[in-house]
Design a protein around this ligand. Structure first.
Ligand code: ADP
Ligand code: MG
Length: 439
């Protein structure tokens, strides 16, 4: 009886907000069981209400596995205890001794990672590394766009290793933290201490490595740490938003080290995977999102899962604040303006307009025959964008650029693509124009 509830608590700890777990679930204990009804003691009536309201669905689900579909929980207030009133939002408990080091977020685990076509290779690679650190896939390099689950996966590796062996020396650090620590240690003349942090690790997890680009001393230190760990057979996992050779201002020797192991990419999730993620997150948080709402949100948010979570939370909050059910109408209202289709619709004329504005050209300059450099560069960049962003064919693009041949479009595209590798000004221009187009 005791263990049913303790098991349930352990499962809840993995699935709900950590602060809420500490505040509301942790102080409870089971005192009896009859048939499929578990009696759980709580410090006050407030706890019972709060748990009932927020987590009953998920508790039933967890207990259901062991106690059957009729599993129920009855709360009784502990009369012995002085009354403790906790009001939402839950206070942040900072001094709790946890088995999981604070660098790891409890919600980032392999179990809570939804696997689909877009990420199955990255997931499998990460899991293989966690099961067998330092053996085959070293280093493991995970890359993918914003909000696609890099941090989630890289943290899952550390967490998994720690679950197997709580004593294992595991370090998760983002590369900007690395930079900051290095600077501060240099200032204090504590380079030995800095280096010691990275000795004797079983696994080093470095998130967002792209931030060390352009920083000489950091790259130098990183290179030595990398080699030392690597030669000792220690696992190194690196994440980035780009493929190693595409990271600008990253030393060649690092690029080649990073590419020497296993490279796995995370692609934007397809619709089904996004829906599965919505279902999983809502379950974790103890609410239900109807299928049509999930479909709508999944279709509206193109790729960033963090954004998807944010929208879900917003829809749930609006529903709860207005006392309305979570339905398609409320989802559409909430998302209106934020993600209207029109805004995302980028066609050739819109690209041309943005480029023209950005370079302060005259309306017809991109279509003209002018060959001066201040026209050729924007024109090529515009064609490049049309090729990258729209589904229009090469002849169609050529036609809208003053009736140019499709081979001109191909040439422009290739030229810009190549120049972007070395020309930072061009890269900045491109980024700024994309921003104007809200891409
Ligand atoms: P990144 O580091 O690539 O920018 P994160 O790992 O921070 O992205 O992911 C953003 C959010 O999306 C996190 O809350 C994460 O849990 C969630 N997420 C991303 N991919 C998945 C997935 N496949 N299954 C479950 N949650 C996911
Ligand atoms: Mg991240």
């Amino acid at each position: 009886m005791h263990s049913f509830w303790e098991d349930c608590k352990r499962e809840l700890e993995k699935r709900i907000d950590p602060h809420n777990f500490i505040s509301y679930i942790k102080p409870t204990s089971a005192i009896g069981i009859r048939e499929s009804e578990l009696t759980v003691m709580v410090p006050s009536a407030f706890f019972a209400d709060w748990i009932e309201k927020n987590y009953m669905a998920i508790i039933r689900e967890i207990l259901g596995v062991k106690l059957g579909p009729d599993a129920r929980v009855k709360f009784v207030v502990d009369a012995q205890k002085p009354k403790v009133e906790v009001r939402a939002p839950a206070p942040v408990v900072r001094h709790k001794k946890k088995t999981l080091p604070t660098q790891f977020k409890p919600q980032y685990a392999f179990e809570s990672f939804v696997v689909g076509k877009s990420n199955e290779f990255a997931y499998a690679s990460a899991l293989a590394c966690a099961k067998n650190p330092g053996s085959k896939y070293n280093p493991l390099y995970l890359y993918g766009g914003v909000g696609l689950g890099k941090t989630h996966l890289i943290q899952s590796i550390g967490r998994y290793i720690l679950e197997q062996n709580p004593e294992a020396r595991v370090l998760y650090i983002s590369s900007d933290q690395w930079v900051n620590q290095l600077i501060s240690r240099i200032q204090k003349g504590q380079m030995d201490e800095f280096r010691n942090t990275f000795r004797n690790l079983v696994v080093l997890l470095v998130d967002d490595i792209q931030f060390i680009a352009g920083k000489e001393r950091t790259q130098e230190e990183f290179f030595h740490t990398f080699n030392e760990l690597f030669h000792d057979g220690k696992q190194i996992v690196i994440s980035s938003d780009q493929f190693p050779k595409d990271i600008k201002k990253l030393e060649e020797r690092l690029k080649s080290r990073f590419a020497s192991g296993l490279i796995a990419d995370l692609q934007p999730a397809d619709l089904e995977t996004k829906i599965a993620i919505i279902n999983q997150k809502s379950k974790m948080n103890g609410y239900v999102i109807p299928r049509d709402v999930a479909e709508f949100l999944a279709a509206t948010i193109k790729s960033n899962i963090r954004e998807l979570e944010g929208c879900m939370a917003r829809v749930v909050a609006v529903a709860s604040l207005t006392g309305r059910p979570i339905d398609l109408a409320i989802a559409k209202e909430t998302m209106e303006g934020v993600y209207s289709d029109e805004k995302k619709h980028v066609d050739i004329p819109r690209i041309q307009k943005a480029v023209t504005e950005y370079f302060s050209l005259k309306p017809n300059d991109l279509k003209s025959k002018g060959r001066s450099r201040n026209l050729v560069v924007p024109r090529q960049l515009a064609m490049y964008l049309c090729r990258e962003i729209t589904d229009d064919s090469l002849p169609q693009i050529g036609k809208l650029f003053g009736g140019r041949d499709h081979s001109t479009v191909i040439h422009s595209h290739q030229k810009v693509k190549k120049d972007l590798e070395s020309n930072t000004k061009l890269y900045k221009d491109l980024t700024a124009i994309k921003k104007m187009l809200e891409l």
